[in-house]
Design a protein around this ligand. Sequence first.
Ligand code: AMP
Length: 529
Amino acid sequence: MADKAKFQAIKGVRDILPPESALWNYVEQTAREVFGTFGFVEIRLPIMEQTDLFARSVGQGTDIVSKEMYSFSDHTLRDLDGLRAQFLLQDLMFWLGPREMEEYFKALRSLLEAFDRGLKEESALGTEWNMASRERIGTLTHQFEHAIESIGHAENRDLLDETREELKRQVESLRVNVLTLRPEATASVVRAYIEHGMQVQPGNVKLYYMGPMFRRERPQKGRYRQFYQIGAEVLGTSDAPGIDAEVIEMLMRLFERLKLKGAVLNINSIGDKNCRPAYVEQLRAELQKEREQLGADSQRRIETNPLRVLDSKLESEQGIIAKLPRIAEHLCADCRAHYDEVKRQLGLRGIAYQENWRLVRGLDYYMRSTFEITAPGLGSQNAVCGGGRYDGLVGLLGGPATTKGIGFAIGTDRLVLSLQEAGEGGTTGGPAGKAVGPDVYLAWFGAAAQSATIGLARRLRDAGFVVELPAVEMKFGKSLGLADRLKARHAVIVGDDELAAGVVTVKRLSDGTQQKLGEPELFSYLQAF
Ligand code: AMP
């Protein structure tokens, strides 16, 4: 007989199992509480967005957008892509004869029909760009069909070829709605902020979110393809340094409450559009000089994103990086003043930090304040949180250009890992909640006892106890054995004798002591634990 297929979770994703899931809940609940005290409220965002949202905000040159996104098209688009391939094939055969020409126009018409259907169903994009292409294709097709009929097949071939070429270009440029599983959530928060006109709300809009993100990275400890983030964003017209400091304070309070040990706050300023471009050019020029000594990634980044070279952990590049120009020495007066005030505001809050001139953010939209928090026990992936200011992003995505923003994202997987490494209740309850077993195991014997324990179980649960009620009757020894194996704290035994006397037998499983109690006494006894 053939083996039955055994399914496994796909590479880079994982199950979060009990009892670890209790620690996750505890971390998330604590974040809700701490963020709530700073006036943040939750936003629940979709897991997928239009690909263009990330391409525009995170940036085309970033690793995330260029190679790590999970993008896909919905089914109408797949039709369209198939039809596009069909059309291109017919295009190649166009001049073979009248039959082929006919097929060419047929393929073009099917493709346009599919596209128009897609527009209705919103699987094709009704953007200005697309609509212009669509219209141009319509006009060209008409002209083209007409020309073929009126001038005969071999005449004026060059002109017809030109028209065909343009048709081909326009058809290739028709964009359908490509979707992406979110690689991060700031872009979605900003999209939602703009879509729902949140700028009319008084004061700053303070939002937090939590949930899975998706990036096709090489999996390793602390780095997954589906990972989780808890993040927060402040959006509004002010970019006061006190906002930056308070956001960081909120983070540090959370880590304190979670008893995360050894967390180190790194800060930097990466300037703004006035001072950064000149610095980036200087950096690029310096890197060009050392090009041959750099690894392949850094060589590529000289063009795409030279700031990211500073992030490099490659041993062989460290000597070169140490001699590169530093952004702190190239900040304009406004950025310098902003940075100095952020540091003063952190001081007012008693928050210790390290300045780290190499701290840059991988995403294009960051400016001025950037920060990262590292924690022990994580190996090379030791950043538990990254964040920074992104004043231009709302404008870039079509919202009010005056809106400023700052935020952070905590890597929940890494935070949990670090707490576990430090022994903070990762597997046996601890701050994560109660120990693993139930408070009460209800051992019942006989039909009358079963009906009595159903009611008792309900009353105990209403009072907040964790109750295990066996669904089928078992022999005494087997039932109590199961209570032990489940690590129950108490077995409450109900049989005919107990029913007749109006009591239950309660046995403390840690030491075997037992006694008979009426229901009110049972509740007081359990509550005393
Ligand atoms: P980023 O959105 O890249 O600024 O990342 C913010 C935080 O998310 C990082 O500091 C990590 O803690 C976490 N993170 C990013 N990528 C991953 C990943 N692939 N697996 C686990 N955690 C991640």
